[in-house]
Design a protein around this ligand. Structure first.
Ligand code: ZN
Length: 284
C-alpha cells in the first residue's frame, strides 16, 4: 500500500515537533473524525492548528473511511496530539468519516488500510502493539461503537470486498496503442468535481505526472476510441461536449458502459482497474 506523504497532500510545516523512540511505543490507537468523509487532511490540519492551537495535525496517520487512502500525519516517530497523556506510547490513527451504528460507514478498503498500518507498526517496533480505541484512555465516544468493537476483536477482515471477477482471457484482438500507467495516486479516481479530494474531475486543471487531469481523462477516452468505441462530438459517447476531459454525465455513462463490457464493478468512476482495462485487456 501507499501512504500519501505530507508533501503530496500539501501539509503546512509543523510549528514544532519532538521525536518518540520506537522502544516507547506500545499502543496502536484508533480514532475517527466523526465528520464527513470528504474532509481532507489539510482541513483537519487547519482545524488543529487554528482552532485547537496545536503545533500540527494531531494524528500520526489518517485513513479515508471510504477509499481507504492513507495519509501521513505526524508520521511514525513524532509525538502526536490525539490522546491526552498517552501520546508517547500510542501511535494515533484517525479514520476520516463517521461510524454510525448499523451503517457500515467504514469500508473494507479502509479496514484493510488500517490493518496494514498496524502490521507496519508491529514490524517496525518488533512487537505486537496493543490495539485500543481512544475511549479506552479518554472520556470520548471516539472511535465509534463499530470500530471500537472491531479494534478489540483484533481487526478481522470478513471478506465483503467485491473485487471485480477476473475476466477470462478474451479471444479478441490485443489492446491497441501503448499502455499508459494509471496517472493518479493509489485509491484516487477520475470522477465528479463534487466528490472528495481524490475524485479528479478535470475541472481544476490539477497536475499528475506532468500533465493535467483533463489531458489524462481525454487520454483514457481516446484509448476507448482506439478500441472502436464511438466517442466524441456527435458520436454515440461524449456526443454533446466531446472529449473535453471534464468529468460529467457523459464520461460517467461511457465509463459505466465500458465497465459493464469488461465485467468490472460498475460505478462510472475511472480508477486504476477501469484505466488498465482500457490499455491492457483485449478488445472484445
Ligand atoms: Zn479520538
Amino acid at each position: 500500500m501507499h501512504i500519501i506523504s505530507r508533501a503530496e497532500w500539501g501539509a503546512r510545516p509543523p510549528e514544532s515537533r519532538s521525536t518518540v523512540p520506537w522502544s516507547k511505543r506500545t499502543v496502536f490507537m484508533g480514532h475517527y473524525s466523526a465528520a464527513s468523509a470528504t474532509q481532507t487532511p489539510r482541513q483537519i490540519q487547519d482545524y488543529h492548528l487554528r482552532v485547537k492551537g496545536w503545533s500540527d495535525i494531531g494524528y500520526n496517520f489518517l485513513i479515508n473511511s471510504i477509499s481507504g487512502v492513507i495519509y501521513e500525519g505526524r508520521g511514525w516517530t513524532t509525538l502526536g496530539a490525539h490522546c491526552s497523556g498517552h501520546n508517547t506510547e500510542a501511535i494515533g490513527v484517525c479514520i476520516i468519516g463517521k461510524d454510525q451504528p448499523g451503517r457500515q460507514d467504514v469500508s473494507d478498503a479502509a479496514r484493510r488500510a488500517f490493518k496494514w498500518l498496524y502490521e507496519q507498526a508491529n514490524d517496525r517496533t518488533g512487537k505486537r502493539l496493543q490495539l485500543l480505541g481512544h475511549r479506552d484512555r479518554g472520556n470520548t465516544s471516539c472511535p465509534g461503537d463499530e470500530i471500537y468493537a472491531w479494534l478489540h476483536a483484533g481487526l478481522p477482515i470478513v471478506g465483503g470486498t467485491t473485487p471485480a471477477p477476473a475476466k477470462p482471457p478474451a479471444a479478441g484482438k490485443p489492446a491497441p496503442g501503448t499502455p499508459i500507467a494509471f496517472p493518479l495516486p493509489a485509491g484516487w479516481y477520475f470522477g465528479p468535481a463534487s466528490g472528495p479530494d481524490y475524485s479528479v474531475s478535470g475541472k481544476y486543471e490539477r497536475y499528475f505526472k506532468g500533465r493535467t487531469d483533463r489531458t489524462w481523462m481525454r487520454e483514457w477516452a481516446t484509448q476507448l476510441d482506439r478500441r472502436r468505441w464511438s466517442i466524441g462530438k456527435g458520436k454515440t459517447w461524449l456526443g454533446g461536449a466531446g472529449n473535453d476531459g471534464i468529468y460529467g454525465p457523459e464520461y460517467r455513462a461511457l465509463a459505466e458502459a465500458f465497465q459493464r463490457d469488461q465485467r468490472l464493478r460498475v460505478d462510472g468512476l475511472i480508477g486504476v482497474a477501469t484505466w488498465d482495462a482500457a490499455f491492457k485487456n483485449p478488445v472484445t
